[in-house]
Design a protein around this ligand. Structure first.
Ligand SMILES: Nc1nc2c(ncn2[C@@H]2O[C@H](COP(=O)(O)OP(=O)(O)OP(=O)(O)O)[C@@H](O)[C@H]2O)c(=O)[nH]1
Ligand SMILES: [Mg+2]
Length: 273
């Protein structure tokens, strides 16, 4: 495949075929959280900059999880640069045992300078679905009591792979703090890189995406910048055309989700022993 690919530096090696898709789907569709998980759902928060693709990622997960791979449009997404998701929302695929929490984009004015406080409130289950982040008073935690079943168990930090190299030092610094905050709470965290369809990988090579050097470089740099391990970084594409998600995109999305759910489950069991 030429110099632009390297097998040795690949952090993941998913098998891209229908059989693996079925097996990932079957694991996730039949997943049951441990009994100690109050409410019976694993809560997964998607957190990132405005327009990084958080809501679209949720739609991709829904599409890939559908038995026939029908493209879903559950979480409202934006076709402009403005923040489209001003409220915190949660979405549960029918009959499945995890909930995706969609938070407003970080650079939106809604957070002002309170990102750490607001993220802490979300993680602690203080904010129910529908909360408008803009209207929050982050100094009044007692006004927002903890609801056990809304506590977050794992966080996916979402970055647009196309623009991730151009983020300012301030933004990266903020993410470094936020991911450390999540770590201090013993919650599992990953990075989801969206827009892999826009970083120059020929369609015929998408199955070897983790061998692609440009992607490896992007993950290495991000790993240094925000201090997260490359092995918890995953690439997906939310560019879904037509009525059905393509096998490659579905496998790559579920591969990331399965890693998250498996490790989150393990974390949860260890910390609740
Ligand atoms: N080509 C491509 N476009 C994407 C991808 N992911 C998201 N987009 C587009 O990027 C734009 C923003 O996506 P959203 O899902 O609304 O982003 P968000 O992070 O939820 O944004 P906020 O709610 O405003 O914070 C939309 O136009 C999406 O169609 C991707 O993987 N590939
Ligand atoms: Mg959104």
């Amino acid at each position: 495949m030429g110099n632009s690919y390297s097998k040795e530096d690949a952090v993941h090696d998913p098998i891209i075929d229908q059989r693996n898709l079925e097996s990932l789907r079957s694991y996730l569709r039949s997943y049951n959280p441990p009994r100690e998980c109050v409410g019976g759902y694993l809560n997964i928060l998607l957190f990132g900059l405005v327009g990084a693709g958080k809501s679209s990622t949720i739609n991709t997960f829904f599409s890939a999880l559908d038995r026939e791979g029908r493209t879903a449009n559950i979480a409202p997404w934006s076709s402009s640069d403005r923040s489209f998701t001003p409220e915190l929302w949660s979405f549960t695929p029918e009959t499945l045992k995890f909930r995706f929490w969609d938070a407003p984009g970080l650079s939106s004015k809604d957070y002002e300078k309170n990102a750490e406080k607001i993220l802490t409130m979300i993680l602690d289950g203080r904010l129910p679905p529908g909360t408008k982040i803009k209207d929050l008073d982050p100094d009044l935690e007692c006004k927002y009591p903890v609801t056990e079943e809304n506590k977050i168990h794992g966080v996916a930090f979402v970055f647009n792979l196309e623009t991730v190299d151009n983020l300012s030092a301030d933004v990266l610094n903020e993410f470094r703090k936020l991911q450390a905050l999540v770590g201090q709470k013993y919650l599992y965290r990953i990075v989801i890189g969206t827009h892999f369809d826009q970083i120059g990988i020929p369609k015929s090579h998408e199955a070897y995406i983790y061998q692609y050097k440009r992607l490896q470089e992007k993950f290495s740099q991000l790993s240094e910048d925000i201090k997260m391990d490359k092995r918890v970084m995953f690439a997906i594409s939310n560019d879904l055309k037509g009525g059905h998600i393509e096998i490659t995109k579905a496998v790559l999305a579920l591969y990331a989700l399965e890693n998250m759910v498996r490790n989150l489950d393990l974390f949860f069991r260890v910390t609740h022993q």
